[in-house]
Design a protein. Sequence first.
Length: 125
Amino acid sequence: MNAPGIVSFSSRINPRFSVLIVYKEALNYAIVREKLTELDNSVGAILVGANVIIMDGERIQEEGLNDFHLLAIEAHEIAHDMLGHEGERNQTHEDEADELGIKILDLLKRKEAADLLRERMKSSR
Ligand SMILES: [Zn+2]
């Protein structure tokens, strides 16, 4: 099933999660961009409990993010879900999701993506 402006695939981290990359051609793109921007200017977010990760395809292009970045975002968002993070975004949750995301990526031998999360943690300190 495909909607215009939306690319979807099963997460390479855990196929029980779907990744939806939303581009400006999608009907609800403006809402997606607005919500993600509100969420600390994020490129991606997870609908906790729904096993769906949403990413802003335009931001991915604007910022020149590659597949390692996408994997890092997937791992980070799945970590939020595994940790049961809900409600207000906060730095403790962000650090915990980065830490677990790094462990997951290391286990999967996805070194480049794990290193991106390590860099992100360093720069947030
Ligand atoms: Zn996060």
